[in-house]
Design a binder for this molecule. Structure first.
Ligand code: ADP
Length: 330
């Protein structure tokens, strides 16, 4: 039997090139090898934005469209919304019974976010338990492999510990999920920092060609190259970092790099080359995206079908959990 992959994304709106290179390209490939469960974790989105849930629905829609556009295939993968499968909440409750507070309080992302995110009140019961809900998401499907970025590895460690702890108390129910760490380097945004929705520096998968060019045209380059006649250093240029991820034409890359170092080409020439590679990748993605966008019914059907399939697996896990704990079976 193919190993089971589980991964989720929070519905925060349109996805960007960082998501594409850091996660989605791999997720698409995994469909050939594994039994994949891809979940839009809308309860997690509520957790950090409970005071205003008005964009969750449209954000779920954008994420789903981006996923379908890049080639996640509802006939090969199980694509669904977390809130459509009620067993996520049930397993979260069961795991919360045995989740030691110390594990959660010590989690580095928790400490970091409580300190750094000042425009939201995150001092809630559920926010502390974020990794418990994440563990429930994965363990509900007995996910064996979890592709995550390095930023999530502390959470995944808690998922493993939760599986171990449950099994120690109640008998072997859950496999310990393993990480598949994505090797892609961080994709920088237009200001040179990590591309991230919260920095407002992202180039989105669904941006129009005009928007993409405008973002690239004004994107930061090697700061030492002030004028066209100054030689540049690609190793100090965020545009070059994006080339390295999305441009596989090595001959062209050698030419551009040489041209930059000798001031033989200007930044705009280099950006034009990158634009054409990006559009080569994004055009078919956007066309597939549009074909789903035009039919709301198709999108709803994808989610319904995914939820039905996910719930069949989830219900079996929950009955095992109930038996293991020793409750009277339903
Ligand atoms: P954002 O910072 O935009 O909110 P998330 O933290 O939700 O993005 O990203 C989800 C996953 O997408 C990450 O775990 C990581 O694997 C990948 N990812 C996001 N941004 C980037 C980036 N700039 N470069 C590489 N991978 C990224």
């Amino acid at each position: 039997m193919a190993k089971r992959v589980f991964s989720g994304m929070r519905p925060t709106g349109r996805l960007h090139l960082g998501h594409l290179a850091g996660a989605l390209f791999n997720w698409v490939r995994f469909q050939d090898e594994y039994d994949c469960y891809y979940c839009i974790v809308d309860w997690h989105a509520m957790m950090s934005d409970y005071s205003d849930t008005s964009s969750i629905t449209s954000n779920c829609r954008e994420v789903l469209l981006d996923w379908l556009g890049v080639g996640l295939d509802p006939d090969r993968s199980t694509i669904f919304l977390q809130s459509h499968v009620p067993q996520h909440a049930e397993l979260h409750l069961a795991l919360s019974m045995i989740a030691p507070l110390g594990w959660l309080e010590r989690c580095p992302t928790y400490k970091d976010q409580i300190l750094n995110i000042q425009n939201k009140d995150l001092s809630t019961y559920a926010f502390l338990g974020y990794p418990v809900l994440m563990a429930a998401d994965i363990l509900l499907y007995k996910g064996e492999l979890v592709p995550v970025g390095e930023d999530q590895s502390a959470h995944l460690e808690i998922s493993r510990e939760m599986a171990r702890r449950f099994n120690n108390f109640f008998g072997e129910v859950f496999p310990e999920p393993q990480t598949i760490l994505t090797k892609t380097p961080k994709v920088p945004g237009t200001d040179g920092r990590k591309m991230s929705k919260s920095y407002g520096n992202s180039i989105n998968i669904a941006d129009s060609p005009e928007e993409i060019w405008e973002k690239l045209r004004t994107m930061m380059t090697d700061p030492a190259r002030e004028r066209r006649k100054d030689p540049g250093d690609p190793d100090k240029c965020p545009v070059w970092d994006i080339h390295k991820v999305f441009n596989n034409d090595m001959e062209e890359r050698d030419r551009l790099s040489e041209g930059c170092r000798t001031a033989g080409i200007g930044c705009i020439d280099c950006k034009k080359a990158l634009y054409s590679h990006l559009m080569g990748i994004l055009e078919p993605v956007q066309a597939r995206r549009r074909s789903f966008e035009s039919s709301e019914d198709d999108m709803i059907e994808v989610l319904r079908k995914g939820a039905r399939k996910a719930e069949r697996v989830a219900a079996v896990t929950i009955s095992e959990v109930i038996r293991a704990i020793g409750f009277i079976p339903r």
